[in-house]
Design a protein around this ligand. Structure first.
Ligand SMILES: Nc1ncnc2c1ncn2[C@@H]1O[C@H](COP(=O)(O)OP(=O)(O)O)[C@@H](O)[C@H]1O
Ligand SMILES: Cc1ncc(COP(=O)(O)O)c(N)n1
Length: 270
């Protein structure tokens, strides 16, 4: 089972719904604790309403008897929610924690203040096993003192984060080979890079899809490198099967392997 602490996105493209689909598609079972309710469509986020910290703590405590094998953290909307999430994680020592820092909506609206980013760095990072930022999020978390992504990741690992999988889709410095997106897994011992064909769309919930998949594969006992690779293959295919229902970003189809079912009354045997 994967405990997911994330925001709700009514479009189902990102947030808890995305995470639950990803977890199920990768062979796990999601336990979902909302950290925030958002108001958004596929263009941008209009509002974020944090769930009270006491509710987050209570909802997670109620799940304590269940066999949680990994924790996935998504949107955290305020300092109180951050402290509640840190408490939840501390109560489960040894369970791998995958955190996807959600700092900005796809449409550009900020989702975290500088104070919240500083607190994320100080309080949550020391308990994170793998962080999955894009390059912009990495730069904001690490701050201005570093020359390149490797230095930025080293600074996050000094803070206690065990590994960083940097997704290169946003590629602000234009370093990705043309037509490919590159992702690099940084650990204290080595770095490992993968590249994938760039798809001709902008996706809503791609980061959630990837991070929840990493958590699920870690929960299944895969190594960090295996889990990261499997999750990237899964996320790429979910995006390749994605669709664009209207204005704005495209939606990943995480359950593309599930055919449209036909239900027959004959299946009901008493
Ligand atoms: N246009 C795209 N083409 C191929 N892969 C993509 C594309 N957009 C996102 N991805 C994939 O989605 C996953 C999440 O990455 P990314 O979109 O950078 O995260 P975030 O939502 O945090 O910005 C990665 O595995 C990345 O390869
Ligand atoms: C509730 C919620 N969580 C996360 C994201 C960003 O998702 P992504 O960076 O994967 O597009 C979002 N738009 N809404």
């Amino acid at each position: 089972m994967v405990l997911v602490l994330a925001g709700h996105d009514p479009t189902g493209g990102a947030g808890l719904v995305a995470d639950a689909e990803s977890v199920a598609a990768c062979g796990g079972w999601a336990l979902t604790v909302p950290t925030a309710l958002t108001v958004q469509d596929l263009v941008d986020v209009q509002a974020v309403h944090p769930v009270p910290a006491s509710t987050i703590r209570q909802a997670a405590a109620a799940l304590e008897s269940l066999p949680i094998a990994a924790i996935k953290i998504g949107l955290i909307a305020d300092l109180e929610a951050l402290d509640a999430v840190v408490d939840v994680v501390r109560r489960r020592p040894g369970v791998p924690v995958v955190a996807d820092p959600v700092l900005k909506a796809g449409g550009g609206s900020p989702l975290a203040t500088q104070e919240l980013i500083d607190a994320y760095f100080e309080r949550l990072l020391p308990r994170v096993d793998i962080l999955t930022p894009n390059r912009g999020e990495l730069a904001r978390l690490a701050g201005l003192d570093y020359q390149d992504d490797t230095e930025r990741c080293v600074s996050l690992m000094h803070q206690g984060c065990q590994a960083v999988l940097v997704t290169g889709t946003d590629d602000p410095e234009g370093q990705t080979a043309k037509g490919r997106v590159a992702h690099t897994l940084h650990t204290p011992d080595s770095d490992r890079q993968w590249t994938w064909p760039r798809l001709p769309a902008t996706f809503h919930g791609s980061g959630c899809t990837l991070a929840a998949a990493v958590a699920t594969r870690l929960a299944a006992g895969e190594s960090l490198v295996q889990a990261c690779e499997q999750a990237q293959v899964f996320a790429w295919q979910a995006l390749a099967h994605g669709w664009t229902p209207g204005q704005g970003q495209s939606l990943p189809r995480r359950l593309w392997k599930m055919p449209t079912p036909r239900f027959s009354p004959d299946e009901v045997k008493v």
